[in-house]
Design a protein around this ligand. Structure first.
Ligand code: BES
Ligand code: MN
Ligand code: ZN
Length: 492
């Protein structure tokens, strides 16, 4: 679907116009209402329309205008029209006509006070709403296929909109990339295949290096390697570099958990919904998508993205509960549960990034714990950090990118739960505070005085609820936008 920013006079196809909860029709909506002999007001009056964000009253074949369809879209309270509301408005309008047979839709934001960046963010949301993962369907009915080919946003300053979109379109592409990665089945997207998708970012000017098992063994990355030990698929570490900032500027380091399938290993998971674990590379997908966005818009900032790619399978050669491995940092780990594998992968990936790049800050992202789903559900991702600055940066970036985060604690008392009788630590801390002890485990691999945040996205990487028009049925591609906005906040 092609997205562009146009003058109101260039509106084409179906029209979407706004109606506010308290103030009624926007100026563009009023004009349409007048041309149609009051059809917009009649439609809202006849359909319990209250102007809630994303609510739609649809008028088919109205008289007096060329458009085959007018959507009156609820815009909420006029003084609360923020970026998130604009995004939901654009996404709902697109969702409504996506497979309706209509080929073109114009959203009229002219006459409404919106910044070019917010209008461009609405474009991202529209792109997200149009996203589908249909690659493996061979018999989709013709009338179920998307028909919408172009989406225009009419604004007062189309040139400024286009200019912002020239950057924001890369965020949209980044989200699609992350969703594609999450959607791919693990027989297709195994570690080496994922690494190849990272390498494709070279087209955007990203420098990509991929380490194989031999190289990682030389580096002593046994914590990561022990996870893939029972898999036929070779483990990989992909390193993506975008150096858009000054030479002497320390990079932001992003690290993603890329468990292409998590069967649990010898601590085998129950079969129920085990298929969800094809998304256990959601953190790596988010990091890769963010790199796509950051490089695509040529951000003036240095960012390194590292993804630890493995498959966690049961096998005669697989790591056993009670095995002790020595991580690249030198610390030893008693693996009491092979299903707590994400932290093992991340510990070595975090070590690699810190020792090789001396980053200004480290942010890791992972579908790390089921406990996260229990505590915050599918609304907020949990953030664990040793830095108040990093926390406020992420909270703000979350708001600007419409991905919500909530801070949870780190503390010595939790850390002690990881002490082992046989090694420097064990990889599980017991039933209590499962997401926090997982974060504490990662914290043991963070250099002293290094700003670090861990984002547990187990609850938000895949969703079964369907109340957000920007989200597809399952793999959300969560993290691209918050990481991109965080990087943007550190641009010169
Ligand atoms: N990938 C899972 C966590 C997960 C569960 C993500 C559900 C998304 C949805 C992780 O590797 C895992 O298995 N964690 C265990 C840790 C436990 C053994 C300490 C868990 O959460 O049960
Ligand atoms: Mn697991
Ligand atoms: Zn896992």
């Amino acid at each position: 679907m092609k997205i562009s920013f146009v003058d109101p006079s260039d509106a084409k196809g179906s029209l979407a116009v706004l109606s506010f909860e308290d103030d009624g029709l926007s100026s563009a909506a009023s004009a349409v209402n007048d041309s149609t002999g009051g059809a917009a007001m009649r439609a809202t009056g006849a359909s319990r329309f209250r102007g809630k964000v994303g609510q739609i009253a649809e008028i088919l074949a109205p008289g007096g205008v060329e458009a085959d369809r007018v959507l009156v879209v609820g815009a909420g309270k006029a003084d609360k029209l923020d970026r998130d509301a604009l995004e939901r408005i654009a996404a709902s309008a697109v969702k409504r006509v996506l497979a309706s047979g209509e080929k073109s839709l114009t959203l009229r934001l002219d006459g409404v006070k919106v910044s070019a960046d917010d209008a461009a963010a609405a474009g991202v949301a529209a792109h997200m709403a149009a996203y589908r993962f249909d690659h493996y369907r061979t018999n989709l009915d013709a009338d179920k296929k998307p028909s919408l080919e172009s989406f225009q946003i009419a604004v007062d300053d189309a040139a400024a909109g286009e200019d912002a979109w020239s950057r924001y379109q890369h965020i949209a592409e980044g989200v699609s990339l992350a969703r594609d990665l999450v959607g791919e089945p693990p027989n297709v997207l195994f570690p080496a295949a994922f690494a190849e998708r990272c390498q494709a970012l070279e087209a955007q000017g990203v420098e990509v290096e991929v380490l194989d098992e031999k190289k990682m063994a030389e580096l002593g990355m046994n914590a990561l390697l022990c996870v893939g030990q029972g898999s036929r698929k070779e483990s990989k570490l992909a390193i993506m570099k975008w150096m858009g900032g000054d030479n002497d500027e320390k990079p932001i380091l992003l690290v993603g958990k890329g468990v292409c399938f998590d069967a649990g290993g010898i601590s085998l998971k129950p079969g129920d919904r085990m298929w969800d674990m094809k998304a256990d590379m959601g953190g790596a997908a988010g990091v890769t998508g963010a790199m796509r966005a950051i490089a695509g818009r040529k951000a003036k900032v240095n960012v390194i993205g590292i993804v630890g790619l493995v498959e966690n399978m049961p096998d005669g050669d697989a790591t056993r509960p009670s095995d002790i491995v020595k991580s690249a940092s030198g610390q030893t780990i008693e693996v009491q549960n092979t299903d707590a594998e994400g932290r093992l992968v991340l510990s070595d990936a975090l070590w690699y990034g810190q020792t090789h790049f001396d980053p200004a800050c480290v942010i890791d992202m992972a579908t790390l714990t089921g406990a996260m789903v229990i505590s915050l559900g599918q609304e907020y991702a949990g953030v664990f950090t040793n830095s108040d600055t990093l926390w406020s940066g992420l909270e703000e970036a979350g708001k600007n990118g419409s991905e919500q985060v909530w801070r949870l604690p780190l503390a010595d008392g939790y850390d002690r739960l990881l002490d082992s009788d046989y090694a420097d630590m064990k990889n599980i801390g017991g039933r209590a505070a499962g997401s926090i002890t997982a974060a504490q485990f990662l914290g043991r691999f963070i250099d002293k005085d290094r700003d670090w945040a861990h984002i547990d996205i187990a609850g938000v990487a895949m969703k079964d609820k369907r109340d957000d028009p920007r989200e597809p049925v399952w793999g959300t591609g969560w993290g691209v936008r918050i990481l991109d906005r965080f990087a943007a906040s550190r641009e010169k």
